[in-house]
Design a protein around this ligand. Structure first.
Ligand code: RIB
Length: 275
């Protein structure tokens, strides 16, 4: 008889733990895995394909029982070689692995529509990195909503990389070049960067420029004004992914393979005009 070597550990690959979205996600995975007596090995890929591949190798050598992937730099043939159960989390991957993501396209439409409803007409979007599928889906949602409203103008698309500092610089530049009265940022870190930029130019939020972010991280409640956001069920996403992985490892059947969780509009001061 062949015995499969097990280690009661799993690997969790995230892009960047210093982005405040990820600590809550990681926490949820760890909490649930601990209930089932698994230890979690955390790896940061820094959005780099090379680092992801190296980590996959290391995890294999450590005989992890499964992997949760929150990243999509890997090529399809690279992921197909993995011979332990895999669950895809947060960032969709074009593969048949079980997946837990949130409604990126719908959330982006909701954010854009909200800015329109409070009176914004020149709505800019700070897009996340173009290799990240959920950033592209959020862009698509923004674009389709803008087209439906008859407001689409491609010059209002600002390129971001999900990081605060870069977004601040990009928004400073955009505000100097174009007339903008609303900003939908592809994540909350970039919304904070946008807020900084707008205030640095002596403009008021939300009166001159309204801002909404995406993720629902605690930092959005700490800024002045507080930031509106599209909140993702971050903890729940991580917890569901972990439960699915345990079932896969134990060879149990899954009730559902692909989850797309709903997101929610949180309205705060940064989009409350007339107050
Ligand atoms: O802030 C980080 C972003 O990357 C989040 O919006 C999350 O969904 C992730 O993919």
């Amino acid at each position: 008889t062949l015995f499969k070597k097990t280690s009661k550990t799993i690997g969790l690959i995230v892009p960047d733990i210093s982005n405040p979205f990820f600590p809550e996600l990681v926490r949820a995975v760890e909490d649930v895995m601990n209930i089932y007596d698994y230890t979690v090995i955390l790896c940061n890929s820094d959005e780099k394909n090379e680092k992801e591949k190296e980590y996959m190798e290391v995890l294999k050598q450590k005989y992890v029982d499964g992997i949760i992937l929150t990243t999509n730099q890997l090529e399809l043939d690279e992921v197909s070689e993995i011979n332990v159960p895999v669950v895809v989390l947060d960032r969709p991957l074009n593969h048949s692995f079980p997946s837990v993501i949130a409604d990126n396209y719908g959330g982006a439409r909701l954010a854009t529509r909200h800015l329109y409803e409070i009176g914004c007409r020149r709505i800019a979007h700070i897009q996340g990195p173009s290799h990240v599928v959920n950033a592209v889906e959020r862009f698509n949602g923004y674009r389709d909503e803008m087209k439906e409203l008859g407001l689409w103008d491609e010059r209002l698309v600002i390129l971001g990389n999900y990081q605060l500092k870069q977004a601040k610089e990009a928004v400073l530049q955009a505000l100097k070049e174009y007339d903008i009265d609303g900003i939908f940022a592809g994540n909350d870190a970039m919304a904070v960067g946008a807020l900084k930029a707008v205030q640095q130019l002596g403009l008021r939020v939300p009166e001159d420029v309204a801002i909404i972010g995406y993720d629902g991280i605690p930092l959005t409640e700490m800024t002045t004004p507080e930031l509106s956001t599209i909140s993702q069920p971050i903890y729940e996403m991580g917890a569901i992914a972990a439960r699915i992985l345990v079932k896969k490892i134990e060879g149990k059947p899954l009730e559902q393979i692909h989850y797309v969780l709903p997101v929610e509009l949180i309205e705060r001061q940064s989009t409350r005009k007339g107050e």
